[in-house]
Design a protein around this ligand. Structure first.
Ligand code: NAD
Ligand code: UGA
Length: 463
């Protein structure tokens, strides 16, 4: 099969950047990204490239080059499906909030809707690619729906999970550690794998393209996220011990990370990991293990989440304790709200949970984040349903100037590791804060001695 046209269902953090890069590197293939969210599609089509729906360094340049040439964003889902030989499913797979598996299992309703729509609309053979992160064995369900509700045409299912990280999405896509493609162990399955591999081979060296069976590919994605999150929880699980003993977590991380078998990456102690996927994917893994009766394995992986929850709570409690046991009516400045630097994504950000706990104590939170809108912060808090929207807006103020956010604050919290925070005039910030002025550095971003020499009381994580 020769691919002349690709459709991607889901124009989110994965679908948008991934398809932009595929289109950019394969000018001979028409790539149409479709979504039910017409506002999102309108933003992808915006002439003003600063208005793209997601912020990723370098994405504007890629979109500018390919859009209108062979990259299109549209709400006409049926047409894009019908004309494509290959369809990527890149819709959201959140944790279920209802019914069996509530709070743990992946909610596959959007995946099933896509499968049914593909089956209904398609009039020629298609390769359907799972780009979303899915529980192992999902391809079986998709195949079942396609074969039983389709128009008698042939569907080949591939698993091609995405490993990009937000904030570095373009770089990760242009120069990936690997591309993983899983397919059926049949002749047509292997041929489909080769067809997709050829598209990636336009820019990815062939030795980086890993080919497996469907189930290995699906499970490898959940496993990769579980291992990465486990490293963060492992280092965070040592921070209390460091604080109690005088060991310094940064020194410990450096010492262990120098062992080439351990390696230095993902050993930054923090206020806890966030993002839309680590928690969701581990819970999904835990649920699968539990469903199959593998309770020890389920408990093992669940600890990664429990440590992360503990780290957030511990950080919030530390702040209240240091501020003489009460933050009622005190102003607390937050620098950062996004779950990591270089993204406007706030999903599962530690900021939300820490702000919520401090607002329970009636603190007034004053936030500055370079990329997150006031509306998003408010909506993140409203989503928790901890208090009324009116109370959330009473206790949360947002600022577009970091210096303004710090005025009158008793404490300043660094939540996100934005590089710009390191360049601020911290003396100026100190001068406008209530005294004694505290800094709680949830990322160990600032230089402790420089900050302390100004007069701040500085608390890092695990130091
Ligand atoms: P997202 O919420 O940003 O985007 C999903 C999009 O799909 C939304 O715009 C939604 O409107 C659209 N959609 C849902 N159902 C639809 C339907 N039936 N028809 C058309 N459009 C529909 O999600 P995301 O962050 O891009 O994640 C997508 C998947 O990729 C998830 O499974 C996630 O686990 C996985 N993933 C995400 C990342 C990441 O960094 N965000 C990285 C790797 C993998
Ligand atoms: C993560 C994975 O890194 C990607 O490979 C994967 O594709 C993606 O999830 C996904 O499936 O969604 P992402 O969540 O975008 O990517 O960002 P990460 O860089 O992994 O960071 C996740 C969280 O861990 C952030 O809150 C980050 O600040 C935190 N973190 C990371 C630490 O606290 N310490 C570290 O050392 C590293």
């Amino acid at each position: 099969m020769i691919i002349k046209s690709i459709c991607c269902i889901g124009a989110g953090y994965v679908g948008g950047p991934t398809m932009s890069v595929i289109a950019h590197e394969n000018p001979h293939i028409k790539v149409t990204v479709v979504d039910v969210n017409s506002d999102r599609i309108a933003s992808w089509n915006s002439d003003d490239l600063t208005k793209l729906p997601i912020f990723e360094p370098g994405l504007d340049v890629i979109v500018h080059k390919a859009r209108g040439r062979n990259l299109f964003f549209s709400t006409d889902i049926d047409q894009a499906i019908d004309e494509a030989e290959m369809i990527f499913i890149s819709v959201n797979t959140p944790t279920k909030t209802y019914g069996a598996g509530k709070g743990m299992a992946a909610d596959l309703q959007y995946i099933e809707l896509c499968a049914r729509q593909i089956a209904k609309v398609s009039t020629s053979d298609k390769i359907v690619v799972e780009k979303s992160t899915l529980p192992v064995k999902t391809a079986e369900a998709i195949k079942d729906i396609l074969d039983n509700t389709g128009n008698g045409i042939h569907f080949e299912i591939l698993s091609n999970p995405e490993f990009l990280a937000e904030g570095t999405a373009v770089q990760d896509l242009i120069d990936p550690d690997r591309v993983l493609i899983g397919g059926a162990e049949t002749k047509s399955g292997q041929e489909a794998i080769d067809v997709l591999a050829k598209i990636y081979a336009s820019w990815v060296p062939e030795h980086k393209i890993i080919k497996t069976n469907l189930w290995s590919s699906e499970l490898s994605k959940l496993t990769a996220n579980a291992f990465l999150a486990q490293r963060v929880s492992s280092i965070n699980a040592l921070t209390e011990l460091c604080e109690a003993t005088g060991a310094n977590i940064t020194e410990v991380a450096n010492a262990i990370g120098s062992d080439s078998r351990i390696g230095p990456k993902f050993l930054n102690a923090s206020v806890g990991f966030g993002g839309s996927c680590f928690q969701k994917d581990i819970l999904n893994l835990v649920y699968i293990c539990k469903s199959l009766g593998f309770h020890q394995a389920a408990d093992y992986w669940e600890q990664v989440i429990l440590i992360n929850n503990h780290q957030r709570t511990r950080f919030a409690n530390q702040i209240v304790k240091a501020l003489y046991g009460t933050v009622a009516d005190k102003k607390i400045a937050f620098f950062g709200w996004a779950f990591k630097k270089n993204t406007n994504d706030t999903r599962e950000s530690a900021a939300i949970y820490i702000a919520d706990k401090l607002m329970d104590e009636q603190a007034h939170i004053q936030v500055y984040d370079p990329k997150v809108t006031a509306l998003q912060m408010q909506s993140d808090l409203n989503h928790l349903n901890s208090r009324s929207e009116t109370k959330n807006s009473k206790y949360l103020t947002t600022h577009t100037d970091p210096y303004a956010a710090a005025v009158g604050a008793h404490a300043l919290i660094i939540i996100t590791e934005w590089d710009e925070f390191k360049t601020y005039d911290w003396q100026k910030i100190y001068n406008t804060m209530s005294k004694p002025a505290f800094i709680f550095d949830g990322r160990n971003l600032l230089n402790r001695s420089a900050i302390e020499s100004i007069g701040f009381t500085y608390t890092g994580v695990g130091q």
